[in-house]
Design a protein around this ligand. Sequence first.
Ligand SMILES: Cc1cc2nc3c(=O)[nH]c(=O)nc-3n(C[C@H](O)[C@H](O)[C@H](O)COP(=O)(O)OP(=O)(O)OC[C@H]3O[C@@H](n4cnc5c(N)ncnc54)[C@H](O)[C@@H]3O)c2cc1C
Length: 339
Amino acid sequence: MNSFTYSRATSNAQALDGVKGGNAAFLAGGTNLVDLMKYEVEHPSALVDINHLQLAEIKETPDGGVSIGALVRNSDLANHPLIRSNYPLLSQALLSGASPQLRNMATTGGNLLQRTRCYYFTDVGFQACNKRKPGSGCAAIEGYNRIHAILGQTDKGPASKETCIATNPSDMSVAMAALQASVEVEGAHGKRTIPIAEFHRLPGNEPQRDTTLRAGELITAVTLPKAKFANNAFYLKARDRNSYAFALVSVAAGLEMDGANIRSAGIAMGGVAHKPWRVPEAEAMLAGKPADPEVFAKVAETLLRGAHGYQHNQFKIELAKQTIVRALVTASKGTSEAA
Ligand SMILES: Cc1cc2nc3c(=O)[nH]c(=O)nc-3n(C[C@H](O)[C@H](O)[C@H](O)COP(=O)(O)OP(=O)(O)OC[C@H]3O[C@@H](n4cnc5c(N)ncnc54)[C@H](O)[C@@H]3O)c2cc1C
C-alpha cells in the first residue's frame, strides 16, 4: 500500500514549494505516474497536482517560433492550427501515440518525462533493474529484449551496476528532437532553458536518471524555433499494431527544400535508445543534395553507426535503416495530410 499526501498548487511558486525536500512528485495527466504507483514502481510520499497552473497556452514567440505550455494536452497540441500548419511533424508524432482518451489527459511536460516501457522496469517481480533499483543489475540483457535499445546503451553484462538497455518510449519527444526544441524549466534556483538534445540522457553509469532535470524542477514550457519543415515532414512509426502500441522504431524526418535540392534536414529516431537519437552529421550529409534514396541510405548507415542488438532485437537495425529511408522519401514528396 502506497500512502501519500495530495495537494493542489495554484501558482508555480506554490508547486515548487510543495516538492521541496522529501520524495514528492508533480501530478499532471497522471497517465504514467499513477500507473507506476499502482505497479509499486514509484512511491512518492507527496503528490502536488499542477493542473491548475497557468501553463496551458500555445503562443507564437517574437522570433517566429512557438511556445507550448507544459500543461497543454497532447490532443490539443496535435490539433492546434499553428502546430498542424507549421509543425506537422509534431502533430503526426502525437497522433501516432496512445489513444484519444489518453491524449486528452496526457500533457506536454508529462510526455517528456514518461518512463521506459522495459518489462523488467515495470514489473517489480524482477529483482534486477538498475533503473528501478540502482545497483541491482539488468534482467533485460539476457531476457526478452525485443523492444530494447540498439544504440547508446550501457552494456557491461547482466550483473553490472551500470548496464541498462531500456528505451525512451515517447513519440512526441522524437519529433521535438528533430525540430530542435528547448525545454523551459523553473526551480528553487531560478529558471533555465535546456536544449532537448541535452534534456534526455543516455544511461551512462547512472541508468536511474532519464533526464538532466534537477530534483524539484518544474517544466513550464517547450519552445520550438521558427518552422523550417512544414512542407516536407513525415513521422513514421513501425510497431506491432497499427494503433495503441509503442514504437519498435520510429523516425521523425523534416526536410527544408530549395527547389529540387535539400537545404537542411532534421532527423530523429525513437524506440532505439535511452533518448531520442539524433546525429547532426547525418543531417548535414543532406545539405545541397537531391532527394535520392541512395543518399538517404547513406544517411541511415551514419545514423545506425555503432548499433548492436541482442537475442530478440537484432531485427531493429535493418528495420531502422529502412524506416529512415522510407520516412525521408515520403517527406521529400510533401507533407501528407493523411498521416
Ligand atoms: C496504454 C498506454 C499507451 C500509451 N501509448 C503511447 C504511445 O504510443 N506513444 C507515446 O509517446 N506515449 C504513449 N503513452 C504514454 C503517454 O503518452 C504518457 O503516459 C503521457 O504522455 C504522460 O503525461 P502525463 O501528463 O499523464 O504525465 P504524468 O503521469 O502526470 O507524469 C509523468 C511524470 O512527469 C512528471 N511531470 C509531469 N508534468 C511535469 C512538469 N510540468 N514538470 C516536472 N515534472 C512533471 C510527473 O511527476 C511524473 O514523474 C501511453 C500510455 C498508456 C497508459
